[in-house]
Design a protein. Structure first.
Length: 412
């Protein structure tokens, strides 16, 4: 098949959706498909970094289109970057011949509508891989007023993408329910969570020591948040706990990644003169095992209104590393349903937003319990959400005639 993939991030960028799309593209090429990728020339978290315009890589053709690089400091900047990418992407896309399948993700919002439109005009099937749900997410975050003209327009465009898709892939049952509530045919909506990076991520004791030494974290109990720093994953309670533990010199908080809230974390640390907070940019994928292994306790955070709208993909790599984790967020959610299957109370803990003292007690309790890997307790979950298990299901789904699937077969 001739298959085109649409997303703002792709290899060698560090965005999570781009990494998963890269895995998919490589597997499709390996199965003999002709793969074309249209993505952005600008790095997701560093607009000043520009990738080659065109590249034949690993047997696939990559077209990188240029968009504005205003960044994420204001909504108008984001909107301009998104709009310019969509315009450039449209110009590049309609230079292609008919494709058998177009797969669109959700970065930036509405790129799915472009893929749906192309498939309708030129023919072929359209698969909508929903990494997050907009404009619902924007409303929940307070970026859009519910019922406003902009929200109604964006909702109509979103529903167009969902209706036009022959296959809609969502990440958990909560997201599935949100989409079914919009009146979308349940026969074409299935759950397939994003997979862990099996070949790159494992517990790496040597990498752990290198990372901790490089950043002055030896002899510290390291609490780590690694990934996208977004309003969807509010860190206020974690930052309050870090401030409260500021006088404990052997407890360190390490924030790794980027996003619109990353600057706020650094500003909070500076404003309160906290020496127990370390902020680092996204780490290369080939160093991810060492980075994640350097933690003694991992943080997974979900904002209360965002269940079914976004999905904390970071948890799957944490399960692969096998270190204790603390989830801060609402219940029920995909995360709480996963963690309820883990019997060891020291392996995973839970707190709600605003529960500062329980968060502190969880951190200190884990520190007292001692550093340990929980590979045995996490192994069933880690295997369930591994690339080995999930990527072949995704490939089989895309290759299926008609592009539809039975949710009972694909739901994980």
């Amino acid at each position: 098949m001739r298959i085109t993939l649409l997303n703002q991030t792709f290899h060698p960028d560090v965005g999570s959706s781009g990494q998963h799309l890269t895995d998919l593209a490589l597997s499709l090429v390996g199965r003999g498909h002709v793969v074309t990728v249209i993505t952005s020339r600008r790095a997701y978290d560093d607009p000043g970094r520009v990738f080659p315009k065109r590249e034949n890589w690993q047997g696939m053709q990559i077209y990188r289109v240029l968009n504005t690089g205003f960044g994420k400091r204001a909504k108008w900047r984001r909107a301009a970057d998104f709009a310019s990418f969509l315009i450039s992407c449209s110009c590049r896309l309609f230079q292609l011949p008919k494709q058998d399948l177009v797969v669109a993700l959700t970065s930036p919002p509405l790129v799915s509508a472009l893929g749906a439109w192309f498939a309708r005009v030129r023919g072929g099937r359209f698969c909508y891989w929903v990494m997050d749900l907009n404009p619902d997410e924007a409303v929940a975050a307070g970026w859009l007023a519910p019922g406003s003209p902009a929200e109604r327009l964006l909702e109509r465009i979103s529903r167009y993408s969902l209706r036009q898709a022959s296959t809609v892939v969502v990440l958990d049952r909560f997201m599935q329910n949100r989409i079914l509530d919009k009146g979308i045919d349940e026969r074409k909506v299935g759950v397939l969570p994003p997979w862990s990076h099996d070949s790159e991520v494992r517990f790496d004791p040597e990498g752990r020591n290198r990372f901790r030494k490089a950043h002055g974290l030896q002899d510290k109990f390291v609490v780590m948040y690694s990934g996208n720093h977004s309003p969807c994953h509010p860190l206020d309670s974690i930052l309050s706990a870090a401030r409260a533990l500021g006088r404990q010199p052997d407890v360190a908080f390490c924030f790794v990644g980027g996003g619109s809230e990353f600057t706020r974390v650094k500003q909070f640390s500076a404003d309160h003169r906290l020496t127990n907070i370390t902020c680092l940019p996204y780490q290369p994928l080939d160093q991810l095992a060492g980075t994640l292994s350097a933690a003694d306790l991992h943080l997974v955070v979900m904002g209360d209104p965002f269940v079914g709208l976004v999905h904390p993909c970071k948890i799957y790599n944490i399960l692969r590393v096998g270190l204790p984790l603390l989830y801060v967020g609402p219940k029920p959610s995909h995360i709480t349903e996963m963690l309820e299957t883990v019997k060891n109370s020291f392996a995973c803990r839970f707190a709600r937003h605003g529960e500062i003292n329980p968060i502190i007690q969880h951190i200190l309790g884990c520190k007292k319990n001692g550093v340990q890997t929980n590979g045995h307790e996490f192994a069933p979950l880690a295997h369930r959400f591994s690339k080995e298990v999930l990527l072949p299901r995704m490939i089989e789904m895309l290759e299926a005639s008609g592009g539809s699937m039975a949710p009972s077969r694909w739901n994980n």
